[in-house]
Design a protein around this ligand. Structure first.
Ligand code: KE4
Length: 426
C-alpha cells in the first residue's frame, strides 16, 4: 500500500515537473520518494502520513527561530488582516531596511526583492553598471540562485572562462563568468594580475553552504577584499544563507571583512519570500529610479512577508539567541563525531553558527575537489536510515544543515540515538 506522500508524489508529477517546485526537493540526489509535509512546529515536522521528524533543513535556512513561532505567526496574521499587498511603499519596508542596515553595517542602503536569486542577479547588474565592466568571477561549488550568468561551471584551463551549467544559458553569457576554486588564494591573485581591470565583481558565499559546508581558509576572504579594492572590482558577499546564521551580522561580522555589496534572503523573510541587495550608498544610488541600473518587482517589500521578516529579526537579535543556537549546533556536531568514531565509520562533521556539515570523509573538506571525495553513497544510506528514524537532514550530500532556536537537548539526544543505530546499519 502506497503511503499518502507516495500517492501525492505520483499525483504531483502529473502537473508539476518531477512533482516539485525546486529540484532538490525531488530526492534525486538521495533516491526514494520525498515525504509531503503538512504541519510544522518548533523543531518538528509532520508528514501526510502523520509521521513526525526533527527538522534540520528549516526550509533551507529561513526557520532559524523554529517553525510557526507564535511571534512570527501573529505578526503575519496581523499584517494579512490589514492588507496582503499594495504595490506601494509601506512603513514596514522602511523598518526592515533600517533593521538590516543596523545589523549589517556594510549595508548603507538596500533594495528588497522576493528571492535570493533576484538579490544576486541585481547585485551582479549593479556591479556591472557601477564599473562599466562585463566580467564577473564566482567560485565552483558556490550557488547564488539561478540567474543565467551564475549558472556557470568551471571550464577547462587555468583561468576558467565558464561554461553553462544549465541548458538554456548561452555560451556567450557564460563566457563572461570566470569560475575559480574556493579557497585557492594563488589563483585569485593570478586572476587579478591578468584581468583585474576587466572584472566588475567577485561574488562569493563567504562561508560556502551549497557544496555542503566549506569554511574560508585564513586569508582567503581578505585576499578577495584586497584585490577587489586594488583593481576597482565590486566584492559581493552572498549572505543569503549565512546572514544572521553564521553570526548576527553574518559571515562579514565573523570574519571582519567589509564587502561592497551583500545579498540576503531566507532569514529576513522568516519563511516568506523576501530577498535583499544592499551595500555602499554610492553603488546603491545607481539603481532605478535613481540611477541607470534597472530593477523592479511587483511583490518586492510585500507587507505580509516583511512582517514575518521583521518578527524573525527581532527574535534573532534577542540576547543569547546566537550563543544558544550555536551551542546546540556544536553539541549536535560533537555528538555525531563521537557516535561515528565509536562505530568506526570514516566521518566528520563541523559547524559554524547554526549551520553544520556532515561528511563521509575523515576530515571536513576545504575545497570543492575535497567535497567530491566524500562518500556520497554512504551519505545517502545514512540519510535514509535517519529519515526512517524520524530525522530529516537535507536530501543531498552537497547541502549544509540548519539548527533552529527551537532545537534543544531532547531533539539532540533523539538525533544522536538515531545516529548510533544508523551508523551501526551502514
Ligand atoms: P533563492 O532564489 O532560492 O531564494 O536563493 C538562491 C540562493 C542564493 N544564494 C545562496 C547562498 C543560496 O543558498 C541560495 C539558495 N539556497 C538553496 C539551498 N541550497 C535553496 C534551496 C533550493 O534551491 O530549493
Amino acid at each position: 500500500m502506497k503511503s499518502r506522500s507516495e500517492q501525492l508524489f505520483a499525483r504531483a508529477r502529473e502537473r508539476i515537473p518531477a512533482g516539485v517546485n525546486s529540484p532538490v526537493r525531488a530526492f534525486g540526489a538521495v533516491g526514494g520518494s520525498p515525504p509531503f509535509f503538512e504541519r510544522a512546529s518548533g523543531a518538528w515536522l509532520w508528514d501526510a502520513d502523520g509521521r513526525r521528524y526533527i527538522d534540520y533543513v528549516g526550509s533551507w535556512g529561513p526557520m532559524v527561530a523554529g517553525h510557526t513561532h507564535p511571534a512570527v505567526v501573529e505578526a503575519v496574521q496581523a499584517a494579512a488582516s490589514r492588507a496582503l499587498s499594495f504595490g506601494a511603499p509601506t512603513e514596514a519596508e522602511v523598518e526592515l531596511a533600517e533593521a538590516i542596515c543596523r545589523l549589517v553595517p556594510s549595508v548603507e542602503q538596500l533594495r528588497l526583492v522576493s528571492s535570493g536569486t533576484e538579490a544576486t542577479m541585481t547585485a551582479i547588474r549593479l556591479a556591472r553598471g557601477h564599473t562599466g565592466r562585463s566580467l564577473i568571477a564566482k567560485f565552483e561549488g558556490c550557488y547564488h540562485g539561478h540567474a543565467d550568468s551564475l549558472l556557470v561551471k568551471a571550464g577547462s584551463g587555468a583561468l576558467t572562462f565558464g561554461n553553462p551549467s544549465s541548458a538554456g544559458v548561452p555560451a556567450e553569457v557564460a563566457s563572461l563568468t570566470l569560475v575559480l576554486n574556493f579557497n585557492d588564494l594563488p589563483q585569485v591573485e593570478k586572476l587579478f594580475q591578468e584581468k583585474g581591470k576587466q572584472i566588475a565583481c567577485v561574488i562569493v558565499e563567504p562561508v560556502a553552504g551549497n557544496m555542503n559546508l566549506v569554511l574560508p581558509k585564513p586569508g582567503f576572504l581578505e585576499s578577495l577584499r584586497e584585490n577587489c579594492s586594488r583593481y576597482g572590482a565590486v566584492l559581493i558577499f552572498d549572505e543569503v544563507m549565512t546572514g544572521f546564521r553564521v553570526a548576527l551580522g553574518g559571515a562579514q561580522a565573523r570574519y571582519g571583512i567589509r564587502p561592497d555589496l551583500t545579498t540576503l534572503g531566507k532569514v529576513i523573510g522568516g519563511g516568506l519570500p523576501v530577498g535583499a541587495v544592499g551595500g555602499r550608498r554610492e553603488i546603491m544610488q545607481k539603481i532605478a529610479p535613481l540611477g541607470p541600473v534597472y530593477q523592479a518587482g511587483t511583490l518586492s517589500g510585500n507587507p505580509v512577508a516583511v512582517a514575518a521578516g521583521l518578527a524573525t529579526l527581532k527574535l534573532v537579535e534577542e540576547k543569547d539567541f546566537q550563543a544558544r543556537i550555536e551551542k546546540t549546533t556544536q553539541s549536535l556536531v560533537d555528538g555525531l563525531n563521537s557516535e561515528a568514531k565509536k562505530a568506526k565509520i570514516e566521518f566528520s562533521a563541523q559547524s559554524i553558527g547554526s549551520m553544520f556539515g556532515l561528511y563521509f570523509r575523515a576530515l571536513p573538506p576545504t575545497t570543492f575537489a575535497e567535497v567530491m571525495q566524500c562518500d556520497k553513497e554512504r551519505f545517502n544510506r545514512f540519510f535514509h536510515a535517519m529519515l526512517a528514524r524520524g530525522i530529516y537532514f537535507a536530501p543531498s550530500a552537497y547541502e549544509a544543515g540548519f539548527v533552529s532556536a527551537a532545537h534543544g537537548a531532547p531533539e539532540i539526544e533523539a538525533t544522536l540515538a538515531a545516529a548510533r543505530a544508523s551508523f551501526a546499519s551502514l
